[in-house]
Design a protein around this ligand. Structure first.
Ligand SMILES: [Zn+2]
Length: 253
């Protein structure tokens, strides 16, 4: 069924209540409510400035400098963003043991910031709040990378192995993270309710998870301001803002 107002939000609570293993799947639409723009949207950053492909990043020192310049230009936005009431409602569902996992396409760390334990957040597009060595996987923090960049005009090599350091995100052209994809699939197959929040479900393989949940017998809820590719197979579709909708559903549990 497809609702757009308070009636629809009221029908979400009984579905949450009836479920015992909920998986939450989030996309850019939940973070826009925290002031982080949707890069893919019409008029978004990537329609004005093409994203840097992974192969170009690896092949070219100039591309790496450009990627880091862009990343540091967004640092105030990322480090200043706070979880909103949508993130907080999800964290509460996890805390109560209703939601087992949060699978996210977002790279902003806001689910962890809202209190969801690291091991229950599955980041299929990585995380931009820290960096990783492409060779050895060692974690590196952005503060020291930025200080090195500002002093030397280029990012440092990995302190452990000398490899190339990149934000811990999955770029265009970069393969999906195997461990996270396997964990996301396992969580999806174990759930009885799959709740999509703020994703237009056009980016694959991420958009395959709600389909997989539905085929496996779980119920499917989609909350997204605009229609999605999978509205037709969902048990409940709400074209509403996420924060108020999730808080209302939580209050009525
Ligand atoms: Zn390394």
């Amino acid at each position: 069924m497809n609702f757009s107002g308070a009636v629809g939000a009221a029908s979400l609570s009984p579905m949450l209540r009836a479920a015992s293993r909920i998986v939450i799947f989030t996309g850019a639409g939940i973070s826009t409510e925290s002031g982080i723009p949707d890069f893919r949207s019409p008029g978004g950053i990537w329609t004005k400035m093409a994203p840097i492909d992974f192969q170009d990043f690896v092949a070219s020192a100039e591309m790496r400098r450009e990627a880091w310049r862009r990343r540091f230009a967004m640092e105030d936005m990322f480090s200043g963003a706070k979880p909103n009431e949508g993130h907080e409602a999800i964290a509460e569902l996890v805390k109560r043991g209703l939601a087992t996992h949060v699978i996210t396409q977002n790279i902003d760390n806001l689910h962890q910031d809202s209190g969801v334990p690291d091991e229950q957040v599955i980041e299929i597009h990585g995380n931009t709040r820290y960096a990783k060595c492409l060779e050895c996987g060692a974690r590196a923090e952005l503060g020291p990378i930025r200080a090195h960049f500002e002093e030397h005009g280029e990012p440092p090599d990995c302190a452990s192995c000398g490899g190339i350091v990149k934000t811990a995100t999955i770029s265009f052209g970069q393969s999906m993270p195997e461990l996270e994809m396997a964990r996301a699939e396992e969580a999806t197959l174990a759930c009885d309710l799959f709740v999509v929040l703020g994703s237009s479900l056009v980016v694959y393989p991420a958009a395959g998870f709600p389909l997989l949940a539905k085929r496996n017998g779980a119920r499917l809820v989609i909350v997204n301001r605009d229609p999605t590719e999978q509205d037709g197979i969902a048990d409940l579709v709400l074209h509403t803002d996420i924060g108020p909708t999730m808080q209302a559903a939580l209050n009525a549990l």
